[in-house]
Every structure is written in C-alpha cells, then in structure tokens.
Write a protein that binds this ligand. Structure first.
Ligand code: NAP
Length: 248
C-alpha cells in the first residue's frame, strides 16, 4: 500500500499509463480529467482490477475551486501522498509564434503553468510536515520542448514547460526539509493522441529519424520514469529533471 496518488489528465495517453502502473505498484488512484468522463472511468475501472481504490474526478486544473474539490475527493480515499501534474494542452494549432492567437497562448499557460502551481500548492498544504502532513512526492510532467523550443510548432507550449521545470527546482528547495520531494520528467516524442489532436497525425513518424534511438516512446515508458521518482527508490532525489526522450 503506497497511499493515494492524484494524476491530473489521467484519462488518456501518458496519464492513463501512469494510473495503471501506479495501481500495479499499490497506489490508490484519483483519475482526473476535464472533458469526456468515459475514458477516465475506463482507466479507474482498470485500476480497480489491480485491487486498488479508484475514482475519476472532473476538474479543470486551471480553476482554483476545481483543484480544491479534486483534492477533497482524493482525501476520501485516504491521505494524499503523491501527485503527478500531467495535464497539459498545446493549443492544437501548430505554427510560428507570429501567427499565434493570444487567447490560445493564455489558455496554454493557464492550464500548463497555473494548473501546476494550483495543484502543487494544494499538495503542499496537505502533504508538508509544516502543515501537519506526513510528507509525499510530486512529479511534474514537463517536455524536452523546454530545451528545444519547438520552433514552428508551439513555442508558447515549450515556454510553459520551461516554467514547469523552474517551478520544480524552486518548490523542491522550499519543501525539501518538510518531507515533500518535487521532481520532473521530460518526455520526448511519445505515441499518444496529442499529435493527432494538434492536426499533425504524421508528426511522430516524420520526426522519428531525429531521435537517436530511432523511434518514438510509448506512454508506459514515461510511466516507469514517473513511478521511479514517486517511489522510495528515489528517496534522496529532489529538484531533478529526468530526460526520457530517446536521446533527443
Ligand atoms: P493527451 O493524450 O492529450 O492527454 C491529456 C490529458 O490531460 C487528458 O486526460 C485530458 O483530458 C487532460 N486535460 C487537458 N486539459 C485539462 C485540464 N484543463 N484539466 C484537467 N485535465 C486536462 O496528452 P499526452 O500526450 O498524454 O501528454 C501528457 C503530458 O505529457 C502533458 O503534460 C504533455 O505536455 C506531456 N508530453 C507529451 C509528449 C507527447 O509526445 N505526447 C511529449 C512531451 C511531453 P480531458 O481532455 O478530458 O480534459
């Protein structure tokens, strides 16, 4: 029994893989989503097949009251010990920065940065020994885009992920002495619906030759990296960013 894990954006792709692997490692899991409840409930059902508790909870991570309600729902399963900030959006319309709509940029930053801030704040208030908690672990899902800049596709998304990295370093220092570890994983090109949704169905195959390992990654490979950083196997690791991009 590893306690209660909240995975934001747990209904599809990388988030769903994290939920399932976490269940197999003994976590009870809160599967968060903001849109379609059906895939989220499917993931929750697969968690229960591992004999663990699971609930799917609709909450937009960029909305303060939603985030509070998400953590309250999680607390009904038991004390929250782990959080994975995985939910993110790209804006879905790739292009150069000078062609971008400011409202798309605002929404991307709101979900990808403010959402991570809100969930981290709520987690610290409940996990930190400073507030009577028993400690815990947070993993933020960043992207190799934070380094590469994603020119011609979504520079604003890349910048949002660089902000996630910085938030990870800073928060890790603030709560390092309070029983809470904060780390990040930077996935590279991963086979999920994110690319299709952005109108780039051939993106992974097109870019595969630029990946030293010669292929895109699978969601389960990212889940392994995340579960390592949540687990006691990484007990002296905080403020770290783990690259999981096949060398790119
Ligand atoms: P995905 O397949 O598009 O899934 C995104 C998840 O986030 C869905 O469960 C979605 O559910 C949820 N979501 C979106 N907006 C939300 C909001 N405002 N509040 C709560 N949940 C929200 O994405 P993915 O490819 O698995 O990516 C997961 C993470 O990995 C993201 O942080 C992404 O930036 C990062 N990443 C992905 C890749 C890649 O190649 N796929 C590469 C690098 C980094 P609803 O639609 O129901 O809200």
């Amino acid at each position: 029994m590893n306690g209660v894990l909240i995975v934001t954006g747990g209904s599809r792709g990388i988030g769903a893989a994290i939920c399932e692997l976490a269940a197999s490692r003994g976590y009870d899991v809160v599967v968060n989503y903001s849109g379609d409840p059906v895939p989220a409930e499917d993931v929750a059902a697969r968690v229960r097949e591992h004999g663990r508790q699971a609930v799917s909870v609709r909450a937009d991570v960029s909305v303060e009251e939603d985030v509070r309600a998400l953590f309250d729902a999680a607390a009904e399963l038991g004390p929250v010990t782990a959080l994975v900030n995985n939910a993110a959006v790209t804006g879905n319309t790739p292009g150069r920065l000078d062609a971008y709509d400011v409202e798309v940029v605002r929404r991307t930053l709101d979900v990808n940065v403010t959402g991570v801030f809100l969930c981290c704040r709520e987690a610290v208030l409940r996990m930190s020994t400073r507030y009577g908690g028993a400690g815990g672990a947070i993993v933020n899902v960043s992207s190799t885009a934070a380094r590469t800049g994603s020119a011609g596709e979504w520079v604003h998304y890349a910048a949002s992920k660089a902000a996630v990295d910085t938030l990870t370093f800073g928060l890790a220092q603030e709560v390092g002495g309070e029983g809470v570890r904060v780390n990040a994983v930077r996935p590279g090109m991963i086979r999920t619906g994110l690319h299709d949704a952005a109108g780039l169905p051939d993106r992974l195959d097109r870019l595969a030759p630029s990946i030293p390992m010669g292929r895109p990654g699978e969601p389960a490979e990212i889940a392994e990296a995340v579960l390592f950083l949540l687990s006691p196997a990484s007990s002296f690791t905080t403020g770290a960013v783990l690259e999981a991009g096949g060398g790119r």
